[in-house]
Design a binder for this molecule. Structure first.
Ligand SMILES: [Zn+2]
Ligand SMILES: [Zn+2]
Length: 336
């Protein structure tokens, strides 16, 4: 089979022939149909994850079909359509697992960091990492929902916001263009926050009731003019832009951080005390959360905007993602 691997930190994408992998007792083998390219693939490409072993096949937005199951697998059968996201499995025995909090497993496996990901024609994955894909969702549209989609859907549905509440989505990119759609479909008064007037039309098309252009004034003031945000979902990994939103929160409001940046947020205790404001992070979710994301997307018509490339063009596809020019998610398709 064909696989695309990285052999060393900073290495290039190599198209190689590999034997089709065999699933272990508690694993399934998936014939990959599509794999999204996520910004976090930079961790594999550039060797930014401590202890990562090479060669490694990147990709944690996988959609395909089970074609073989290990001897101890009872949950899945060959032929079922499944997806795998960032959360690549858990131990079932650590304290968080025993509490059912699998996303916080101390021995959590991460797809494409702990084991090879989806830039290949077949992959093996732990059975508990698989999410069922609804029949009427094509693989290339399902794939980005397994990381980008769940990353915004899951925190939004747990945000505490109620129907009609003002929910702002900061950033109109890979995560944000989905966040706007989900916020609208969940019944929130949806405000998109982007830079430049040119994104307004798209934001409204995705379902935003209002659009705030950060280049035309402080976004926190604009949010307060609308009554203050009950929730701000911050998707653009720019800590300075996120920090500038805190004063736009309504009393009890929450800044929900999913854009994974490395720079500190800057906020004063007084900004949080006055108005009883919160800042919270949220780590995507488990396979069941992925299933919920996929089902909700089918129910409401939420879809990613994608650009497709064949597997062998992975290098070009990755370049398109990293350039920031993609509208909005880049997906590798296995074809043929
Ligand atoms: Zn991702
Ligand atoms: Zn565990």
């Amino acid at each position: 089979m064909k696989a695309v691997q990285i052999s060393k930190p900073g290495g290039s994408f190599e198209v190689v022939e590999r034997p089709i992998p065999e699933p272990g007792r508690e694993q399934v083998r998936i014939k990959v149909e599509a794999c999204g390219i996520c910004h976090s693939d930079v961790l594999v490409k550039e060797g930014l994850w401590p202890g990562l072993q090479y060669p490694r096949v990147p990709g944690h937005e996988i959609a395909g079909r089970i074609d073989k199951v290990g001897s101890d697998v009872t949950l899945w059968k060959p032929g079922q359509r499944v997806g795998v996201g960032w959360h690549g499995g858990h131990c079932f025995e650590c304290v968080p697992c025993r509490r059912g909090d699998f996303i916080n497993c101390k021995f959590q496996k991460i797809t494409a960091l702990t084991f090879d990901g989806g830039y290949q024609e077949y992959m093996v994955a732990p059975a508990e990492a698989c999410a069922l894909i609804p029949e009427d969702l094509p693989a290339d549209e399902a794939a980005p929902l397994l990381c980008a989609g769940i990353t915004v859907y899951n925190p939004l549905r747990h945000s505490g916001a109620r129907a009609g509440d003002l929910v702002a989505v900061q950033g109109i990119g890979g995560l944000g263009h989905l966040g706007i759609q989900y916020a609208r479909q969940m019944g929130f008064r949806t405000v998109a926050i982007g830079r430049g007037g040119d994104k307004q039309t798209l934001a409204k098309k995705l379902g935003a009731h209002e659009y705030i252009d950060t280049s035309s004034g402080p976004p926190a003031e604009a949010l307060q003019k609308l009554g203050g945000a009950d929730v701000i979902l911050a998707t653009a990994p720019d800590s300075k832009s996120m920090s500038a939103l805190v004063d736009g929160l309504a009393p009890g409001g929450k800044l929900l951080v999913v854009g994974a940046g490395m720079d500190p947020l800057s906020v004063t205790p007084l900004q949080l005390i006055g108005g009883r404001r919160n800042i919270q992070g949220w780590p995507s979710g488990t396979a069941m959360d992925s299933e919920d994301t996929l089902r909700f997307s089918v129910l409401t018509g939420v879809r990613p905007m994608i650009e497709r490339y064949p597997l062998t063009k992975a290098a070009e596809a990755y370049q398109q993602m990293i350039s920031g020019k993609a509208r909005f998610r880049v997906v590798l398709t296995m074809g043929g």
